[in-house]
Ligand binder design. Structure first.
Ligand SMILES: C[S@@+](CC[C@H](N)C(=O)[O-])C[C@H]1O[C@@H](n2cnc3c(N)ncnc32)[C@H](O)[C@@H]1O
Length: 231
């Protein structure tokens, strides 16, 4: 894929306990860049982590950027990265509930936790350098944050507003599309990428195979960006 935005992976300072930008972060930034929807608009990055997507939105010419995350370390990290990059991001601790209080926004971007979580996830041996489990664990079906996020879309967005969400095929993309459409939005997959399993999915592959979520022996995942429009 020919990319329009430089690779942010490894380019930001990521402090302990914060998710380091990965393929999904980069795919969301790429979709945001291609959308042309950000310049001059009020943008919310929900689940901001290191602030990679929020900072990219500011660099793309957003009028204002708000970044929310449940994790205070992520918010401190985002504020530091924004300052080091020379852009302003209003970074605050919060979830979609706080977003509803400060919104609506012209553009909402989100890379939420979406990894299906096995009952034995607490026994996994995943290096702390990969990040905190709260960055990816999202319940047995991977939809703990995706469902309320999709359902809140009409209230989070201004009229004609745009939402971009990145998620895995394993967290039921069709369900996200259904939620968004039944909330009255137009929604479609606009970008996707096949990537090799990282440490978290490698640790869960046997469980995913055992429940029929993953074909036996497959170790690749398709990640996708959904674009939803309020109209
Ligand atoms: C996959 S990481 C994405 C980080 C960053 N946006 C990126 O693309 O690199 C998900 C982030 O969501 C945060 N998070 C988890 N649950 C959340 C919630 N309910 N509301 C807001 N943030 C949440 C985690 O702390 C983590 O920083």
């Amino acid at each position: 894929m020919k990319t329009l935005f430089p690779d942010v992976r490894g380019s930001l300072r990521v402090t302990a306990g914060v998710y380091a930008p990965q393929h999904d972060s980069q795919l969301l930034i790429e979709a945001m860049t291609r959308s042309g929807a950000v310049t001059g608009r009020q943008v919310l990055d929900l689940c901001t982590g290191s602030g990679a997507v929020a900072i990219a939105a500011a660099q793309l010419g957003a009028r204002s950027v708000t970044a929310l995350d449940v994790c205070p370390e992520a918010i401190a990290c985002t504020a530091g990265n924004a300052a080091a990059t020379g852009v302003y991001v209003d970074a605050r601790v919060g979830t979609w509930v706080e977003a509803l209080a400060v919104g609506p926004f012209d553009v909402v971007v989100s890379n939420p936790p979406y990894v299906p979580t096995s009952p034995a996830a607490h026994l996994e041996d995943i290096s702390v350098e990969v990040g905190p489990a709260t960055a990816w664990n999202a319940g047995a079906d991977g939809r703990l944050v995706l469902n309320p996020l999709c359902d809140s879309a009409p209230e989070l967005l201004t009229d004609s507003g745009t939402m971009l969400i990145v998620q895995s095929e394993f967290a039921d993309v069709e369900q996200s599309l259904r939620h968004l459409r039944s909330a009255g939005l137009r929604a479609e997959v606009v970008l996707s990428q096949l990537i090799p399993f990282g440490p978290v999915l490698r640790a869960r592959a046997n469980w995913m195979e055992s429940i029929g979520m993953l074909p036996v022996g497959r170790r690749e995942e398709e990640i996708m960006v959904i674009r939803a429009e309020k109209w």
